[in-house]
Design a protein around this ligand. Structure first.
Ligand code: ARG
Length: 555
């Protein structure tokens, strides 16, 4: 049983409460113990009640000491023996440390990345890709069966415009730039000639009806885009299980529309078909007056399909906050249509934007879109300058790691000011700092011990006589599994970042003050110090790995 469960149950027993009622926190100040609970306040028993509960919590093989503080908080200290045993646990469990089985037998779908074809992969879809992958890794670590689905924007009326242009201009070479340029030019031309919008609509209807020319042109756009997207995914080291995309639902939307009509949920409005959502002003359009389907029709078909194929307990949409209202509508409509019920939770993470230093949306700097690929390659170049012998492979890990960490350390819903300096700060809360600390732990191990496998885990020979810095490290390491769980439950990979940064800081403080190779008489042994170093390294590795960041052995 893990430590937190043990403490929670001990408190619940003493308070005559259910374990679920017991909320445990970690006190801000180390002098206030390892866990604290306000259960006496929750049960409205006040300070006197807290005293009683405190007395009923008996020190045992995990709990060292219990005290009451303030208006009735109960603080609990963990035994040093237990703290130290975690070091051994980390080293023996290695890459599995922090895993849990709480998700076993349950499926979660993560809908992430989802760039739009015929457009460059912009920085806007970077967040979704990075956060989505981190959530995917977190849920998998907790034992869930995870399914990543890249819901590509590869269908919709905008393709009518493109197909019209492609058919008219028949360009020799096709690439994203050409496609983007055509799209822009279409809009310029359409200002003069109103009939063009109508022509574009016709082209999309043709596409939906399976017209061979339309299909062929669309497929070319798709191929050109995917070649480009996969270059980005390779650079990022991201692989998404499924890429069904909006076009996959082409033949599955009729059923949604039928069902909505049959159930009396959709009604006609100026030739279009819409679903009214109770409590919301704008209805959801599922069929346009010209017979074209919409983004929403495809999302509803997607939910029906996912429910039937996977029966997930949760679908996480890692999509920007600007689609907040839209997803609220979709989630309600899916319920009304009977596609989902209370057994499935639909979540929209609502990530924030990247901003430029002037506070404007990053993607429109100097009037032209910033290409993601250029940013990623620049990150790799910057990583090379961090050290003399940073080779190509390490530079990729560090450069991409810097980008990912910088994104993830921000709360998902907050906006991010893109800042190269902070991203590569070797002394601050950055990916390179954590990677550097990991590499440091590995070099210590090889210097002092030769190799990881020769670390001795003879805990009997470790004294319980810790200095402050050792204790600070031990009192942080054990929290990792808790942080993983909380980060997943709250869709907040930044909690893992905060945790790792503090872990690295505590370790570096220890390392700067104490010798690992020659510890003083009477204190901890060299064996313990190497083992603790290895445990810190392992937790850094596991945490970075969850964030999708590779940790080079040498830096
Ligand atoms: N392609 C969409 C966009 O760029 C994001 C898709 C998100 N996923 C979804 N199921 N709608 O805005």
């Amino acid at each position: 049983m893990d430590m937190r469960t043990h403490v929670r149950e001990a408190v619940a027993r003493a308070a005559g409460a259910e374990p679920d009622q017991v909320k445990l926190e970690h006190p801000e100040l180390a002098q206030n113990g390892d866990y604290s609970t306000n259960i006496a306040l929750v049960l409205k028993k006040g300070k006197a009640g807290a005293e009683k509960i405190k007395n009923a919590i008996k020190p045992d093989n995990v709990i060292a000491k219990v005290e009451v503080a303030g208006p009735g908080f109960i603080n609990i200290w963990i035994r040093n023996e237990v703290l130290v045993s975690i070091v051994k646990e980390v080293i023996t469990q290695a890459r599995d440390f922090g895993k849990s089985s709480s998700g076993l037998g349950k499926r979660v779908i993560i809908d992430y990345s989802a760039p739009n074809i015929a457009k460059a992969f912009g920085i806007g879809h970077l967040r979704s890709t990075i956060i989505g992958q981190a959530l995917y890794n977190l849920y998998r670590f907790l034992g869930f069966e995870t399914i990543g689905d890249n819901h590509l924007g590869d269908w919709g009326t905008q393709f009518g415009k493109l197909l019209y242009m492609l058919d008219r201009e028949n360009p020799k070479r096709l690439n994203i730039e050409v496609l983007e340029e055509m799209y822009v030019r279409f809009h310029q031309m359409a200002q003069e000639d109103k009939s063009l919008e109508e022509k574009a609509r016709e082209w999309f209807v043709k596409l939906e009806q399976g017209d061979a020319t339309a299909r062929n042109l669309w497929k070319q756009c798709w191929d050109v885009s995917m070649a480009e997207f996969y270059r980005i995914y390779d650079l990022l080291g991201v692989k998404i299980d499924e890429t069904l995309g909006e076009s996959f639902y082409e033949d599955k939307m009729g059923a949604v529309i039928e069902e909505a009509k049959k159930k009396g949920l959709a009604h006609e409005s100026e030739g279009a078909w819409v679903i009214e959502i109770p409590g919301m002003e704008v209805p959801l359009m599922i069929l346009k007056s010209d017979g074209a389907t919409t983004y929403a029709t495809r999302d509803l078909a997607t939910i029906a399909y996912r429910m039937k194929r996977w029966q997930p307990v949760k679908i996480i949409y890692e999509v920007g906050g600007e689609q907040g209202l839209y997803f609220a509508q979709i989630f309600q409509a899916a319920k009304m249509l009977g596609y989902t019920d209370e057994r499935t939770e639909l979540v929209h993470t609502k990530h924030g934007l990247y901003l430029d230093t002037d506070g404007k949306k990053f993607s429109t700097r100097k009037g032209k879109t910033v290409k993601l690929e250029e940013i990623l390659l620049e990150a790799v170049e910057r990583a090379k300058k961090l050290g003399e012998d940073v080779n190509e492979e390490t530079a990729r890990k560090v450069g991409i790691g810097a980008i990912k960490y910088f994104d993830l350390k921000h709360g998902v819903q907050s906006d991010i000011v893109f800042d190269w300096e902070k991203m590569f700060e070797l002394q601050g809360n950055s990916g390179p700092y954590l990677q550097y600390t990991y590499a440091r732990t590995q070099s210590i191990i090889s210097k002092v011990q030769g190799s990881k496998s020769s670390i001795q885990l003879d805990t009997e020979s470790w004294t319980l006589n810790f200095n402050d810095e050792e204790l600070a490290g031990l009192r942080w390491i054990y929290r990792f599994p808790e942080v993983v769980e909380e980060a997943a439950n709250r869709y907040s990979p930044n909690l893992v970042c905060n945790y790792l940064f503090e872990l690295a800081a505590r370790f570096n403080t220890f390392y700067n003050k104490h010798s690992i190779l020659t510890p003083p008489e009477g204190g901890q042994t060299k064996q313990f110090r190497v083992a603790m170093t290895a445990a810190v390294g392992q937790v850094l590795y596991n945490g970075l790995n969850l964030l999708g960041i590779e940790a080079p052995e040498v830096m």
